[in-house]
Design a protein around this ligand. Structure first.
Ligand SMILES: Nc1ncnc2c1ncn2[C@@H]1O[C@H](COP(=O)(O)OP(=O)(O)O)[C@@H](O)[C@H]1O
Ligand SMILES: [Mg+2]
Length: 367
């Protein structure tokens, strides 16, 4: 661990909420709301992703935390202190923007030292800490290069070092890897997680990439149209989505409409099923989710206890190498089933077969 990581280490391991966003609202034009009442409590040292489609309010929320946008209503509390009235440079929050935003005529070291110059630190300290921060992101040997002499990935590391150099309480990353190709993106994901582990810094990571959010985060806040639909651990979001939007946005899905009240649900296309896992629905209506990988081929005949069994005609196959996605229909139902490649070698477009899945794998979302 280098000196930089050593100084930051004491910040790790505190539990309870550290960064709290309460009933946050933002309207840019006084008419439409880009953020419509978001509340989140983030623990110290936590790595949280904001995941959602373009225009769902992720950047707007981040900019309010950073202080570059003023909330229309609501509160932001950091370490017990209300920060809405505090200007950005006094919040001790580091931010990396999607487009790097490096100063083109400064070297990497000068870019990284910039926040310290703004804070009027002595020259010797600026030199030393800039060097440490560049070493932290693996760019010790590139201090003298200008941005145009660096690759996209290296430029983004410089931006990261610049956000970390003043030892911020919170690190905000707005789609930092969006412009990088796939291999570099995966490499940088690992690097960012390493830095997070070493520094223990509370981090918010904005992305529209569900895989990135799933693999990197302690918790994911799923954004849609200015609200957070679910804030939970990655596997909870995947296995127990709170809303139909979350179930459809994260991962591949089959949805069935259903109604009923006592765990006996009438499921469109499937008949009456006993689904005791269904929570109470005030409307009596449900969206029932079954993941394609929970559906398998069924070579038996007749009913299968605790399972749905349906006839199925394949209309398209998508080969992923290790698995095959079967797309097709069962009567009026469209279905997607993902099965191991080895089981699909004799399946073609037009093949008629039977599919089966467990009632227990039907996740019921009140509609
Ligand atoms: N500076 C701005 N002025 C006016 N509207 C904006 C501004 N920034 C964002 N918006 C609007 O606010 C909504 C949320 O945008 P944004 O927070 O950028 O979403 P995301 O980061 O999730 O893509 C969008 O409808 C967008 O058009
Ligand atoms: Mg954005």
């Amino acid at each position: 661990m280098n000196a930089f990581a050593g100084r930051m280490e004491g910040r790790q391991g505190v539990t309870g909420s550290y960064l709290e966003i309460r009933d946050l609202v933002k309207s840019y034009d006084g008419y439409q709301q880009a953020v419509r009442g978001i509340s989140l409590a983030i623990a110290k040292g936590e790595f949280v992703s904001f995941l959602g489609p373009s225009g769902s309010g992720k950047t707007t929320t981040l900019m309010m935390v950073a202080g570059f946008e003023q909330p229309t209503a609501g509160r932001i509390v950091l370490g017990g202190r209300e920060i809405a009235p505090v200007p950005p440079h006094k919040r001790n929050i580091g931010m990396v923007f999607q487009n790097y935003a490096l100063f083109p005529h400064m070297t990497a070291a000068e870019n990284v030292g910039f926040p310290l110059r703004m804070r009027k630190r002595p020259a010797a300290e600026i030199t030393r800490r800039s060097r440490e921060a560049l070493a932290m992101v693996g760019l010790a040997d590139f201090a003298g290069r200008q941005p145009r002499e660096l690759s996209g990935g290296q430029q983004q590391r410089v931006a990261l070092a610049r956000a970390l150099v003043f030892e911020p309480d919170v690190l905000l990353l707005d789609e930092p890897l969006g412009a990088l190709d796939k291999n570099l993106r995966e490499h940088m994901q690992v690097e960012i997680k390493r830095i997070h582990r070493e520094l223990g810094i509370t981090t918010i990571y904005v992305t529209h990439d569900q895989t990135e959010a799933m693999t990197m985060s302690d918790r994911i806040a799923v954004f849609s149209q200015g609200v957070v639909e679910q804030f939970a651990a990655p596997l909870d979001v995947y296995l127990r989505p709170a809303t139909r939007f979350v179930g459809g946005f994260v991962g591949d899905s089959n949805f069935f409409e259903a109604s009923g009240r006592t765990g006996m649900l009438e499921v469109a296309g499937l008949g009456t099923l006993s689904l005791p896992q269904a929570p109470v629905s005030a409307s009596g209506r449900y969206d029932v989710l079954v993941r394609p990988e929970a559906i398998g081929l069924w070579r038996g005949s007749g009913d299968r206890a605790g399972h749905c069994v349906v006839p199925f005609t394949v209309t398209a196959l998508v080969n992923y190498g290790d698995s095959v996605l079967l797309i097709g229909s069962s009567g009026d139902l469209s279905l997607r089933a993902r099965i191991p490649f080895m089981l699909a070698t004799d399946i073609r477009e037009g093949t008629a077969l039977s599919l089966s899945w467990r009632h227990a794998d039907m996740h019921c979302i009140p509609a």
